[in-house]
Structures are given as C-alpha cells and as structure tokens.
Design a protein around this ligand. Structure first.
Ligand code: ZN
Length: 260
C-alpha cells in the first residue's frame, strides 16, 4: 500500500478544519463557470484560514479553455476569505478580460497566463503569500541576483508532488527577484522555463517557483492537484525553515558529544 503523503486524500475527519469541501460546490445553471468559481472561493477560505492568503494577497486561476487559451482568475484586490461569485473574471492568453464584465483581474494575471501557456497539462494555477515561503525566498536569493533557488531534499512529503515517488530526491524551487513590472517578470520566467524539458521521463523538472519576499506559484493538472501542491510546498517550506533554526548537529549527535 502506498504510504506517500497525499494530505488531500486523508480521511476527512482527520483534517476537518482545513479541507475545503471541493465536491460540495453548488451550481447555478444560469451562470457560466459557477462550479469553478465556487471551488476557487473554497480555496480562498481555506488558504486564508491556514495563513497562506491573508488580506487581499494571493490569486487563483483555472484554465477554462485551451484553444484559445482562457483562464478564470480572481479579481484584483479582493479579500480571499470572502470571495463572492462576482470576484472572478475570464481573461485571454495575454491577460485581457474577455467576458465583458468590466472587472479588473489580479495584477499578477500575466504570470498565470505564462504558466498556463508554458507548462504542459496545467488546469489550475495557485499563488500564496505564506510566512515561510516569504522568509525562505528572501534568504535564498543572493543579494543583487535576479534568480536563486531553494533546494528541498530528502523529505517524505516530496512524494506529494506529482511524479515524485521517493524521499531520496530533491526539488530545486526557482526564486525570481520580485518586481511590480509583470511584463518584465513574465518574460524572465518564460526565458527560464523555456529551457526546461517538460517531457523528460521520470521526475518532472519543476512544480512551482517563488518570488523573493513575496510568495509561491504552483500549478496542477486540475484545481485539486494545484491545491495539494500548495499544501505540500507550504509544509516543506516550514520544515526547511524550522530546520535551519535548530542548533548545528542533530539531537542524537549532541547527546553523544555530551556523553564523551
Ligand atoms: Zn502575489
């Protein structure tokens, strides 16, 4: 029996305070994309409750059309704990609204569009602003550098990322220097991702990236997979950050030294 970490598949009672009821989203036959909207609203409530999407931070999207590419994404500046059905807008591959609602999409819309365009089989893109992700993304970007990496290695929970089947591996999470110029940032990410071989057999090359002192972007084949990736990454970020706070050497090693 597989013992890998799939928190979303744990018995519902064991995580009742956190698991959004993704399957219970209500439908409104008169409104397009209402199922997707209600699932994204549940994501907002959950991520706010877990401290990953406080205030108006974060943004979420699902791919609603592949040809042409169109995304349903959160409207700019909305409190993620209380997203309403009108707090979403449909945009094209360039991030322009196409639903005639007149709503303004998230300032980071272009990053969602870039990911959906570049990464094969992406059905949803999620972005969070957690404490641990913010701290690590600042700590592991060399001063003055435009790009760094956060290495996460040897954790069982890595198996929660699609395609990883052993703890004996690592994930190098790219870190990009933050900016308010989304066109420039999207171009930087596109240039970085363009050299990745997404069809490589075995371990997928990348499940997400960090913006320095800002937050995490990850994705999945559907919203449930993207949500799981957020949960796995946030767990791993906290493990890495807390591990760095421990004194040098393991507890066992310290005990052995004291006995000598
Ligand atoms: Zn952000």
């Amino acid at each position: 029996m597989r013992c890998g970490p799939k928190p979303a598949s744990l018995p519902a009672r064991s995580r009742v305070a956190y698991i959004p009821d993704l399957m219970a989203a209500t439908t409104a036959p008169t409104a397009a994309n209402t199922d997707d909207i209600d699932r994204l609203r549940a994501i907002g409530r959950e991520f706010h409750g877990r401290g990953w999407s406080l205030g108006t931070s974060s943004n979420y999207s699902v791919v609603v059309s592949r040809d042409p590419l169109e995304l349903l994404i959160t409207v700019s500046g909305k409190d993620k704990s209380a997203l309403g059905r009108d707090d979403f807008v449909r945009v094209d591959a360039a991030g322009r609204p196409v639903d005639g609602s007149g709503r303004k999409s998230s300032a980071e819309t272009l990053l969602h569009c870039t990911i959906a365009d570049l990464v094969p089989h992406v059905g949803a893109v999620l972005h969070t602003h957690s404490v641990w992700g913010t701290i690590l993304s600042g700590a592991d970007l060399p001063r003055g550098a435009g790009r760094g990496r956060l290495r996460i290695e040897g954790f069982e929970m890595l198996k929660g990322l699609d395609g990883i089947t052993t703890h004996d591996t690592f994930e190098d999470v790219p870190i990009f220097a933050n900016t308010q110029d989304m066109t420039e940032l999207a171009a930087r990410i596109r240039g970085d991702f363009a050299v990745l071989d997404w069809s490589a057999p075995g371990r997928p090359p990348c499940h997400g990236f960090l913006l320095s002192r800002h937050g995490l972007y990850t994705w999945g084949r559907d919203l449930a997979a993207a949500r799981r990736h957020i949960e796995i990454f946030e767990f791993l970020f906290e493990c890495v950050a807390r591990s760095r706070m421990l004194p040098a050497g393991s507890h066992v090693q310290q005990q052995q030294q004291q006995q000598q």
